[in-house]
Design a protein around this ligand. Structure first.
Ligand code: GLU
Length: 260
């Protein structure tokens, strides 16, 4: 029988707040109840927004909450080679293509349909490039991201994203290829995360299927801001854990407020 593996995977682009605390505590609780593993992963591929001081803070805040996790912690910015290897596999399969469009160019050629984030679907300019043409632009140093060729994927659920960008340095979209790669490499069996990320899940399950990865179980929990923790006052919800600590909140009080 496979041992269940859970993970909490924050992005160090700011301080952790109560919503993060809830997600981390829930993952640890579920892992404990399932006699499974609880991993911590730092998702810092967007190096324009992530900072080492926020990563240090995450370790500190989580330890303060009483959480323990297995070492070594996977730090995504140290593993771009793993993500790029999977991008090449997907390109070889004809499922993704490099996109050289600037944001402005992509907007200018956009379709009228929109994705779950409200962004108009990409019009497909770079899809028309041959592999040889694209490869030669890359060789000459052309900046590019990678988009899914949805027409080649036959996946109605993921198609709501259009030709989604799944990897581009410093715009946050490396997240998609990185999360799928790491969940596979780390043997994650249960992905427990907030409802805010639920719309991206069809994109992740598509990538898992294309890459031949096992399908994990997904559970998307309510967000502290709109669902659970109704008793929390609004000012409390938006405060960083570091501020709550400074104001003298105890771990016991916070755990109780969050229902643990
Ligand atoms: N790094 C993502 C975030 O902080 C979470 C990714 C995930 O749990 O799959 O929003």
């Amino acid at each position: 029988m496979t041992v269940p593996v859970f993970r909490f995977a924050p992005s160090p682009n700011g301080h952790l707040h109560l919503g993060h605390a809830y997600s981390a505590l829930l993952n640890e609780k579920m892992a404990h109840e399932a006699n499974g593993h609880f991993l911590l992963r730092i998702e810092d591929t967007d190096q324009s927004r992530c900072k080492p001081e926020f990563t240090r803070r995450i370790f500190d805040d989580l330890a303060w909450l009483g959480l323990t996790w297995e070492e070594p912690v996977r730090i995504q910015s140290e593993h771009f080679d793993d993500y790029d290897a999977n991008l090449l596999r997907l390109w070889d399969m004809g499922k993704i293509y490099p996109c050289f469009c600037s944001r402005k160019e992509a907007t200018a050629s956009a379709l009228v349909t929109a994705d779950p984030d409200g962004q108009l679907h990409y019009g497909g300019t770079c899809r028309a490039l041959s592999r040889a043409e694209a490869a030669s632009i890359i060789t000459t140093g052309g900046q590019h991201g990678w988009r899914v060729d949805m027409n080649a994927c036959n996946d109605p659920a993921a198609a709501i994203w259009g030709d989604a960008m799944i990897a581009k340095r410093n715009v946050g979209s490396y997240y998609h290829i990185a999360v799928v790669t790491d969940d596979h490499l780390q043997g994650v069996t249960h992905i427990v995360r907030g409802r805010d990320i639920e719309p991206a899940t069809p994109l992740h399950t598509l990538l898992q299927r294309l890459l031949g990865f096992a399908a994990p179980h997904y559970h998307h929990h309510d967000l502290i801001l709109d669902g659970s923790g109704q008793k929390l006052s609004k000012s409390l919800k938006s405060k960083a854990l570091i501020s709550l600590r400074a104001e003298g909140f105890t771990v016991a009080a916070i755990r109780k407020q969050l229902g643990f």
